[in-house]
Design a protein around this ligand. Structure first.
Ligand code: FES
Length: 101
């Protein structure tokens, strides 16, 4: 099933990219451009990655035993605030250059 109709990217392709270690919508966009045109697919991509179905790293994190840290947590510097999770900005391609004129 298509996830990104702008670039013809399927759910399976997103999962393959996730298996290759691309576990954020931004990384998926870098790999196949999904989400970089109209942006309407970014939430679907996020949902695919968020469930851990396609991302080996997330699956490991999600299935870690309670009380067992999945990854060593690096202490954040006290002087820097930790930003909340932000939606992935979608960058629109530059309009075609007016050079055609
Ligand atoms: S549907 Fe993915 S960028 Fe438009």
């Amino acid at each position: 099933m298509y996830v990104c109709s702008c670039f013809g990217i399927t759910e399976e392709q997103v999962k393959q990219h996730a298996d290759a270690g691309r576990c954020t919508p931004r990384q998926i966009a870098s790999a196949c451009k999904a989400g970089t045109d109209c942006g309407s697919c970014v939430r679907r991509i996020q949902a695919l990655l968020g469930r851990g179905e396609g991302c080996a790293t997330r699956t490991k994190l999600d299935t870690a035993k309670p009380g067992t840290p999945a990854a060593p947590a690096a202490p954040a510097p006290a002087s820097l605030p930790v930003p909340p999770a932000l939606p992935v900005p979608v960058t629109a391609p530059l309009p075609a250059a007016a050079s055609a004129a």
